[in-house]
Design a protein around this ligand. Structure first.
Ligand code: GLA
Length: 382
């Protein structure tokens, strides 16, 4: 890739604790990891964008000065989405010629947010626009919500843009305040296992958006039962309703909605405890909370597929696994775990054996990867 002047690395992310709550303005944690998306590019003197992918078929060509194109349901939508969100704020005159490549299979590690962030940074560089990392987060998130159509929160983009090698990102999705909590010197060493089920599917087609609405319905129910004014749906979030209101009203609510809210309030508590555990180097407790978080995802949030549940159950009983959960939205893709590096081999062996016994159809697509926390999206060459 020597013929390209610029190179951006935009990492994937994992979230050990604080899942399915960002869209309700909850508390989340996460890491950027040392695998991700590479974008090599040159800046053009005109407004044309030309892209090829080393991961997917086809080429993408569009003009930055034209109106936003409609989605084509292919990888180029992410570049068009980045253009859409950038154009709302800045004039774009210079395009790019680029090559994009992902380093792991797609599913659960937020490759979509990683590519969006890479494009947002590239279009900024090409047009001499300086952005703070949190501005990059907001623009990439707007592209995903408004252009791609996923009603998600800021978890993915924040981990990818703000993550740090030696710490855990802690973000309050209500105030958008964040900090990276450094690893305590007393914390034992760990690596992150990524266990790809072999099942892939786009989030826009999963129940992801439906769950977001179910959370909002739970919030509406609580407001209505306690005679409080309702806000429009887009301004209704579980975070604005105290847990004591939930305790009073849950009995009257359809059980399905009460379970979604139960996940939210219990995850809030787990993240608070998890942050203290992390600060004091208590990886065992942090890991246990991550397991509990996954159980709540299964029982209260009702996501997961038979494949993800099987992987979770196999890995949970292995020696050397501190904790872990479904990655990302949890409808497909991967399960992640924080593990003691001394046990990597035995964990991997058990997973291949037991998972493939149950799901032989994934023999060629089930994969285990070991990664480490890393710094957020950055220029490797500029
Ligand atoms: C996906 C979404 C995120 C978040 C997670 C679940 O990755 O894009 O915003 O909701 O699922 O925690």
């Amino acid at each position: 890739m020597d013929n390209y002047q610029y190179h951006i690395f935009s990492p994937y992310r994992v979230c050990p604790l604080g899942a399915h709550v960002d869209h309700q303005h909850g508390l989340v944690t996460g890491f950027a990891i040392d695998k991700g998306v590479d974008l090599w590019f040159n800046v053009r003197n005109d407004s044309q964008v030309n892209l090829v992918s080393k991961t997917f078929e086809g080429e993408v060509h569009f003009d930055l000065t034209r109106r936003s194109e409609i989605r084509e349901n292919m990888w180029g939508d992410y570049a068009r989405g980045a253009k859409y969100a950038r154009k709302k704020r800045f004039e774009l005159t210079n395009g790019i010629d680029g090559v994009i490549q992902g380093s792991l299979p797609v599913g659960g590690l937020s490759s979509s947010a990683a590519v969006l962030i890479a494009y947002v940074m590239a279009f900024a560089k090409a047009n001499s626009i300086t952005l703070t990392p949190f501005e990059v987060v907001l623009i990439a998130s707007e592209a995903e919500r408004e252009y791609i159509g996923l009603n998600n929160g800021l978890l993915d983009q924040s981990c990818i843009a703000l993550g740090k090698k030696d710490g855990l990102l802690f973000l309050d999705c209500d105030s958008n305040e964040y900090r990276v909590i450094k690893r305590s010197p007393s914390m034992p060493d760990f690596e992150i296992g990524i266990f790809f089920s072999g099942l892939t599917r786009s989030l826009v087609n999963s129940d992801y958006n439906l769950r977001v609405f179910e959370c909002k319905v739970a919030a509406w129910n609580m407001l209505a039962y306690t005679e409080q004014p309702l806000k429009s749906f887009d301004k209704t979030f579980l975070r604005d309703i105290p847990k004591s209101t939930f305790d009073k009203t849950k009995i009257a609510m359809p059980a399905r909605f009460a379970r979604r809210a139960e996940h939210f309030y219990s995850e809030y508590r787990r993240v608070r405890q998890g942050v203290t555990a992390w600060e004091t180097g208590n990886l065992k407790l942090f890991g246990k909370l991550s397991f509990d978080s996954c159980e709540s995802s299964m029982n209260n949030y009702e996501c997961g597929s038979p494949e993800l549940i099987a992987i979770y159950e196999i890995m949970r009983k292995q020696q050397g696994v501190y904790g872990g959960r479904f990655s990302g939205a949890g409808f497909k893709g991967a399960v992640i775990a924080l593990v003691d590096p001394a046990y990597k081999e035995s964990i991997e062996k058990a997973l291949y054996k037991e998972y493939l016994e149950k799901f032989p159809e994934y023999e060629n697509t089930f994969k285990v990867f070991w990664v480490k926390p890393d710094d957020g999206a950055r220029f490797i060459k500029e």
